[in-house]
Write a protein that binds this ligand. Structure first.
Ligand code: SAH
Ligand code: SF4
Length: 366
């Protein structure tokens, strides 16, 4: 028998066909829906023969090995640090809210975009994740949500990495989450720093996922500094791609804005942002989040009062804005502030599962 080289959630139906050759035709469907719809492990597939369960377990290994798991916010936020099969590390965060449970997944190990204020960007790029590595983050968080008596409802691509710089695996993951896990496109959000060709491609896809654009500055001089990729795709080009996405999908688009004290929280910044948000066919919704401090960027987040004032300025200017609750700050788990500790080999991690992974600043910059 040809052995699929794929991991459990990287394997295609064709791989399963091959692996289960000689078994009744319905077997592949049973296994597929067990793995994705029911989020079952092979051992839990009690409707398939024992030998098949053992075969699946042996031939379709998991791609993520938990190095550490930590919880905060009274159990409402769970973060995993995973080791991939080559030892590379990535993180995933699950957040329970009153009305939904959201998993924040990584699309790359590290990130090559170099945004100055971002912990992932400061650590540099390791490698792209493949579809199985992305989907497995969702499946494992989904299982955990179920154990917590919840149902995983939303996926945001706001963990480590730039999803549109790893387009094909990211999109394959989106399609699988939609078709096989059964998540609706309106509950899937791709966040981008502004990779214009990626946004244009996304506009051509059939599934109308939500698009979040990490803007952070609405004039080119400041954005060039905070988000270096702006030099390649300046704001006029980016806004044009955003308009194209809106026209194609009729979905609300959001701008992410990490408020940095004295840098992008001035009245002039609010005015520029209002102009940009209202220049789109449908005004963008703005998500404000006070900057989470990172070791490599010596500027603070905007204090809470100014955050509220900034939001009110936007609202007065006719732009919807909400302040995002920061989650998991005590375990560095807030979505988008992930930075796996590559300096520590899995075998030498000195914390047990359930303990904080590491202290901020303990990471050697690569
Ligand atoms: N690369 C993609 C997705 C991952 S980052 C992107 O940039 O959109 C997810 C979000 O967290 C982005 O909006 C990013 O700008 C934001 N972020 C990064 N570092 C942050 C920090 N220190 N404080 C607050 N938000 C941050
Ligand atoms: Fe990469 Fe996004 Fe961080 Fe920028 S903000 S470095 S694009 S992960």
């Amino acid at each position: 028998m040809t052995r699929p080289t794929a991991t459990r959630y990287g394997a295609s139906r064709a791989d399963l066909d091959l692996l289960l050759a000689g078994q009744p035709r319905y077997r592949v469907d049973q296994v597929w829906s067990g793995l994705y719809e029911q989020l079952a492990t092979p051992a839990e597939l009690t409707n398939v023969p024992k030998a098949t369960r053992a075969l699946l377990e042996a031939e379709l290994p998991l791609a993520l090995e938990p190095v550490a798991e930590s919880t905060s916010d009274g159990g409402e936020t769970v973060k995993w640090l995973w080791a991939l099969t080559d030892g590379t590390q990535v993180e995933t965060v699950l957040m329970h809210y009153d009305e939904r449970s959201t998993v924040c997944v990584s699309s790359q190990a590290g990130c090559a975009m170099g945004c100055t204020f971002c912990a992932t960007g400061q650590a540099g790029f390791d490698r792209h994740l493949d579809v199985g590595e992305i989907v497995e983050q969702v499946v494992r968080a989904g299982r955990r949500a179920r154990d917590d008596g919840r149902r995983l409802s939303n996926v945001v691509f706001m963990g480590m990495g730039e999803p549109l710089a790893n387009y094909d695996p990211t999109w394959a993951a989106v399609e699988r989450l939609h078709a096989d896990v059964g998540l609706s496109a309106r509950h899937l959000t791709v966040s981008t720093v502004g990779i214009v060709p990626g946004i244009r491609r996304l506009a051509l896809e059939e599934l109308p996922v939500n698009l979040a654009v990490s803007l952070h500055a609405a004039d080119d001089a400041l954005r060039d500094e905070l988000v270096p990729i702006n030099r390649r795709y300046p704001l006029s080009t980016l806004m044009d791609a955003c308009s194209g996405y809106l026209q194609a999908k009729h979905r609300r688009l959001s701008f992410e804005w990490a408020l940095i004290d004295g840098v992008n929280d001035r009245d002039i910044d609010a005015r520029h942002l209002i102009e940009r948000a209202r220049s789109l066919p449908l005004p963008a919704h703005v998500n404000l989040i006070p900057l989470n401090p990172t070791p490599g960027y010596a500027v603070r987040g905007t204090p809470p009062r100014r955050v509220r004032e900034f939001r009110d300025r936007l609202r007065d200017g006719g732009v919807n804005a909400t302040i995002r609750r920061t989650r998991g700050t005590e375990i560095d788990a807030a979505c988008g502030q992930l930075r796996a500790n590559h300096a520590i080999a899995p075998a030498s991690v000195d914390v047990a599962l359930g303990q904080p992974v590491r202290k901020r600043g303990s990471k050697a910059t690569t």
